[in-house]
Design a protein around this ligand. Structure first.
Ligand code: DGJ
Length: 708
């Protein structure tokens, strides 16, 4: 391949489009019927070789076969019988578009292919973007109603508009990796053989969801952490979504996905345009570890707003006080937190309106007089004086019926006039798609930040949507898109107007963590489950796509409030040190020895923070009897290894942990234990982790390269 191959090219004569990233290539070709069809996605190939590839068409010359399995966006017409990423209905009842290719635009790293329906005023643009420092390909779709050409075309109903369809080359077998879970059990990694069937991963909740995350990876069933080709994709959307994976009986596998879920439909009026979120795809040749590393790099370079800023060690009072907050109680906790080395103090739920429990006050964002008679400013000022930043919990999208906001604006909630509205946690969802609700929320948050010198917002959302209608609106399902877009927009505006502000994403734990949310937040609250044993698995799943700097991890009390399990403080810290460390326990009940040990562990964390938050993460073992994660500095000189053994078996010593990312030719010193190692031994044979005896054993090992 010539060294000068452009990142994006389109050859109109051959109808061939090629997108190049540093280590992969993606190619598609126009079919004679005008539809762009997938050609190749994998290791780099020459353009001439790509042009010579046969089309991925029908496997047999039969009137029963599907010849369009490779559509870049399947339009529900022709011999296409798989999942269609574009589903439209015209005013006369006709379903499906038939394309004519009308042109392209290749500009820097961006390619747009323009398709026009042969008879109707409907245009689709398939959009692609690559960047010089990432193997991720970003794709999205823009659909435009071009207006009545003959005065007879009415609105177009859009039943499905996916961002992109993806496809792997033919593999001997197919395995799907994805993340499942629930409240308190997010990010559980599943690795299942794909059935010959359509498999739908989806959220119908209006939020990304605890139960599934819009990330998946496909391999041939043999890839492991260090070896094998992996194709993975992630959707940048924080509302309902749907990805349909199709392994067909002929041995082909592809998937199509985007925002929305089954049963929702949008109306496109003449002149209107609907654009989808980005659906990003990544090919890697060296296993799940390399795939995660490449995603982490991409997020750091192109998604997270301020990746270079250290995530502060935070203290959050929620598990200590619940709703029982007061100025004196929070000040006591703030002083203790500062003594441990916390850099940010976050006042959680309960500080506003009449909020003494979860039944009232949500929506009334002024300090609760009984808890903060002098307002929040004295607390914020003292937190700042103690050398910490001040953070505040908000849940702007929600309202209790028992609130001034609801009494004043009962019509602002997501509801259907002829259905009873279901309350969950005694609350309803505000319809942020309504411009007046969006501007109220923005104004309210902006004022809060200014008046209370807020440095950090924890933005929570504690229920999904139900009975989601929009009374009086001609296109009520727009709320599913409009709400999410408004949330994103408000966050973007707040950040722009308050450059120092940081935002933590939360939805009852990890219910809204995705590339769309992380483009405007600094980190995500991973799970309300802070039990360190459960967290090892949750963190393992989280790390498949998201970097450690975005993973909020707290040390809380023992026994753990969620699981009742008792674990040593050191073990809890060592697990939480694998992400953005926080403390969430009731410090006023911690014995002096625990406070002293905690302060020492916070200081240790700050030593390794550059590696954890800004280095490269290598997962060393899947969660099991012994689990371990390795963080390396970018220059390869400094390393931190966290090893956890939740339960001992027969008193056997743990097996050595191999460190394949080290340089076998180098030498490494463990400065804390004064031991020196040969790199070759660490790479090929491993290190004996210095774990203490017993259950809930853990250790932190630092290594420093000494030979250069
Ligand atoms: C759910 C969050 O995940 C918790 O951390 C806490 O903020 C509560 N909401 C407060 O209601």
């Amino acid at each position: 391949m010539p060294a000068t191959s452009p990142p994006v090219s389109f050859d109109p004569d051959r109808g061939l489009a090629v997108l190049r990233t540093p280590n992969s290539v993606y190619a598609l070709r126009l079919h004679p019927d005008g539809s762009p069809r997938h050609l190749y996605w994998g290791a780099p190939l020459d353009t001439a070789d790509l042009a010579a590839l046969p089309a991925t068409g029908s496997p047999a010359d039969s009137s029963f076969e599907d010849d369009a399995a490779a559509d870049e966006l399947a339009p529900q017409t022709g011999a296409r019988f798989g999942p269609a990423g574009l589903q439209v209905r015209f005013a006369d009842g006709t379903r499906g578009a038939q394309w004519r290719f009308t042109g392209h635009r290749a500009d820097g790293g961006e390619l747009r292919l323009r398709l026009q329906d042969r008879r109707r005023p409907l245009r689709a643009e398939l959009c692609y973007r690559v960047r010089p420092d990432s193997d991720v390909i970003e794709r999205w779709t823009e659909l435009t109603h071009l207006g009545p050409q003959d005065g007879t075309d009415g609105p177009i109903t859009v039943d499905r508009l996916d961002s992109a369809a993806w496809r792997t080359p033919a593999l001997p077998d197919y395995r799907l990796s994805h993340l499942v879970g629930g409240w308190n059990s997010e990010f559980q990694l599943r690795r299942d053989r794909l059935p010959v069937a359509e498999t739908v991963l989806t959220s119908r909740r209006g939020l990304t969801g605890h139960h599934a995350n819009p990330w998946l990876a496909v391999d041939d069933g043999t890839a492991d952490e260090e070896h094998g080709e992996v194709w993975s994709t992630a959707l940048a959307w924080s509302g309902s979504w749907r990805i349909t994976v199709h392994r067909d009986p002929v041995g082909r596998t592809g998937w199509t996905g985007g925002f929305g879920h089954d049963g929702t439909a949008w109306t496109l009026r003449p002149g209107e345009r609907l654009h989808t979120p980005v659906f990003a795809g990544l090919y890697t040749a060296h296993g799940f570890g390399a795939s995660s590393t490449a995603w982490h790099e991409h997020l750091r370079r192109h998604v997270l707003p301020q990746p270079e800023r250290d995530r502060p060690v935070l203290y959050n009072s929620w598990e200590a006080t619940g709703f029982d907050v007061s100025e004196a109680g929070q000040l006591r906790l703030a002083r203790l937190a500062a003594g441990l080395g916390a850099e940010l103090f976050v006042l959680d739920d309960g500080w506003f309106g009449t909020r003494c429990d979860d039944r009232s006050g949500l929506g009334d964002w002024t300090p609760r007089p009984a808890a903060f008679p002098r307002g929040l400013r004295p607390l914020a000022d003292e937190v700042h004086r103690l050398g910490m930043e001040f953070g505040l919990w908000v849940e702007p999208e929600m309202v209790n019926r028992d609130s001034e906001l609801y009494r004043t604006h009962p019509d602002w909630v997501v509801h259907s006039p002829h259905l009873d509205a279901t309350e969950l946690r005694h609350q309803l969802v505000l319809n942020f798609a309504r411009p007046e609700v969006e501007s109220w929320a923005h104004r309210t948050l902006d004022t809060l930040i200014r008046e209370h010198t807020v440095d950090w917002l924890k933005w929570d959302a504690n229920r999904p949507f139900t009975e989601a209608g929009w009374d009086g609106h001609p296109d009520p399902d727009r709320l599913w898109i409009g709400h999410t877009r408004a949330v994103h927009r408000i966050m973007d505006r707040l950040r722009a107007d308050h450059p120092g502000l940081r935002i933590e994403a939360c939805a009852g734990g990890g219910g809204r963590v995705d590339l769309g949310m992380l483009a405007r937040t600094d980190q995500a609250w991973t799970s309300d489950n802070t039990d360190p044993v459960d967290r090892i698995g949750i963190q393992h799943g989280f790390s498949q796509l998201f970097p450690a700097q975005a993973m909020a991890a707290w040390v809380t009390d023992s026994p753990n409030p969620a699981t009742g399990r008792s674990t040593p403080l050191r073990f809890r810290f060592h697990v939480a040190m694998a992400g953005a460390l926080g403390i969430g326990g009731d410090l006023s009940s911690w014995p002096a020895a625990d406070l002293a040990e905690a302060a020492e562990l916070v200081a240790r964390y700050k030593q390794i923070r550059p590696l954890v938050q800004h280095g490269v993460q290598h997962r060393l073992t899947p969660p099991g009897p012994v689990a371990a994660v390795h963080y390396a500095s970018r220059d390869g000189r400094d390393h931190a290894l966290l090893v956890w053994r939740p339960s001992t078996r027969f008193g056997h010593p743990p097996a050595p942990v191999r460190l394949p990312a080290l340089d076998p030719a180098a030498r490494y010193l463990d400065p804390d234990r004064g031991r020196e190692y040969s790199g070759a031994v660490l790479v090929h044979r491993g290190i004996e982790p210095p774990l203490p005896a017993g259950d809930y054993a853990s250790c932190l090992v630092r290594l420093h390269r000494t030979d250069s």
